[in-house]
Design a protein around this ligand. Sequence first.
Ligand code: ADP
Length: 824
Amino acid sequence: MKLLLLSLIPVFLLLSPPYFQGKKTASTSLFFTNTIPYPEEMLLGIIFFLLLAAFLTYFYIAIYKHKVANKHIINSLDSPVYLINNQGIIIRLLNTPAKELNIQGNKDIKNTDIRTLIIHEKEYDECITALQKVLKNGQPENLKLEIRKIDGEEIKISARLVYYNKKYALAYVRNLSDLERAQMRSEQSRFFLESILDNLPIATMVKDIKDHGKYIVWNKKAGEIVNVDPQKIIGKYEKDFPARSEFIRQTEQNVIQTGKPYSFIHTVKNSNGQEVVLSIHKALVSYNNGQERWLVSSSIDITEIERQREQIERMNREYQFVIKAIGLIPWTWDLKKEKIVCNREYFTPKSKAATGIIFETSKDFFSQVLPEHRERIRKAFDDLANDRIPTLDEEYQILYQGDDQPSWAETFAIVSKRDENGKPAKFVGATRLIDERKKMEEELLSAKKKAEEANHLKSAFLANMSHEIRTPLNAIVGFSSLLANSVESEENREYINIIESNNELLLHLINDILDISKIESGTLEFFYGNMDVNGSLNELCSSAQLRSGKEVKIYLEPALPECLIYTEKNRLLQVLGNYLSNALKYTSQGSIAIGYYPPQGDKLRFFVRDTGCGIPPEYTDKIFGRFVKVDSFKQGSGLGLAICAMIAEKMEGKVGVVSQVGKGSEFWFEIPYRPVDTLAFYAPDKPTANENKPPFPSGNKSKLLIAEDNPSNYKLFETILRKEYLLYHAWNGEEAVQLFRKYSPDLILMDIKMPGMDGYQATAEIRKISSRVPIVAITAFACETDKEHIRHNGFTDYLPKPLNALSLKNKIQEVLEKYPNRRS
Ligand code: ADP
């Protein structure tokens, strides 16, 4: 507008001729003096005015253009520019700032005092001072302020105050919070990238190709691998590390030249001199059309993996060797495809089918298994496939394709892979041919059989021998006891006593040998039944009391008032009897207790405790071994305790000893405790017909039939019994049956071992004729089992050889009284 007015001045001058034509005005014009000019002068004046007008027009146009340009610039800024007066009042906003930089929002900021915007009083003061400075000396001022926008948001701003005119300044405002945020974001992303790089298990290095291979990235892992602090490398150049491998240098050159990435495995040494195996990848990265180029190297430390790989390879080689050495064929079986893959080259030198890797279907495999094994093997694999068994181990015969002979094979298998439902999908296994082993097994079996037969023969021989020894011993023992009664002289009686005691020793020894041989050959029989423990121990105790001297007191120590059990009574008593005999042998004064402890759970422990010489500690562990004796000069074979231990084992029990030298010993025998109900134990047997029969008439001499093949033994019977009984002698079984028919004896004494028909057969024959006549077996088999055996074969009772006159007479008396109705 101003420019328009100015341009009108010359026009106005031209359009005012009266004024310029000879009239001198009293007024003073802006450009002229108040003299009236001449026409030439007037022309000059006009020209002058015209020039001046042109100049001014040009000048104002230039200023106008400049102002318009400024306005455009200000408008193009997205940060606000305010016009502020010297009092700090915002006159107006000169442009349209971006939304987030807009302080006033939709409100008009006109006439707003900056005091209302600036949060801190101090900053406001600084701002006013700066404003006045700018207006005074025209120099711009920069400030940082914290303001509260109209919408309440507090932000940091930077304000640049620029001189506008004497009264006003321009304030160019930038949101510092945004800047700071942007800066933070860039710092964050830098930190983020650095953290990623430092936390990568991959060593990463970046070199700036354009800057002579300057290292710009060298992450933590890269530092660890070569054992150097990354900060000592970043910023350095390739030339600072002359020890670099020529191979690496060459590789990098190739990658840079060709631009193609390259991967390789390379071993380097770290600063400690340790070798590190690296899997390295190098690639060229470029930017800005190749103006900037970097070489990126990434390396993974595979030292451990390499070590494990080598180890696995070595183990594989070893396993293959072992597999080959023990003749195993490894195979896999895919259950879905029904395919078996195995390498038969491994093991079957004899098999024509051994032609390397063989693929076959499971159907082929089963068809080759011999029919007698097929179903079992098929079931075993089926069980494995259905998780009914964890592993398979089967032996079978198979006729491999191409072979003319079937082979024995042993196969092991497990499930090696399962499907998504957890069902077996693959088996892995191994098979080996075991023809050799099978042959050996057969040989061993036949050798075992032979050994068992030999052992049997040995036992039979021993049993026979002991019988053969007992038979003459019978006569010796019997006659020597008779002699003892008939001999008058003291000296001779002493001799006979010596003979008698040696007889006993001999008998004991024979019994021990017999027992051992029977246990070893497994022919010692065990008959379980009910037992009244207190009653049996009482009998054992009483018989021991008869044998002991006055200095040793023998007593019973039962733990329960009644103890009824199910056990092998005879063997139990045999063990306790042996303990008791030993206790008597090794105790010269004091006492011997026999008894048992209260049952502990399912265990019942018997003991024989003495106050004898005791056993040294070094012997207690081995005393139950064969032939072990503390004092080898003492009588005894050293077999008794060994027999006890063997019996205990057979009865699922245990034996042991606690002993102190000079104080005594306690030998114990623990057996499974199987209590028996009292009612069941004492349930009465059915009364027999005999019970109502009249007693045996004592006036008549009873008739005894004696079946005995040995003349001296018969002689002994005769000597003992002839005064009281009527005797009939049979030399063998047949004769015994005949004489029984002929004389109907009241009792038969039957030797077991006789030529021709033996005692068992003869008894069987007699039992066909009479079920009641008492038949007492007389035998050299001294074991309790023989007694049972005899009872089961029709005999009424039993009397062991060698015979003792008193016990023979007592037994006959007892049996005759018990079976009075003997002749029917
Ligand atoms: P033996 O027939 O010699 O007695 P045993 O096997 O019965 O054979 O006993 C082996 C050894 O154990 C005996 O020689 C003896 O030294 C020792 N022994 C056994 N019982 C006792 C005991 N009650 N007191 C001391 N020593 C004993």
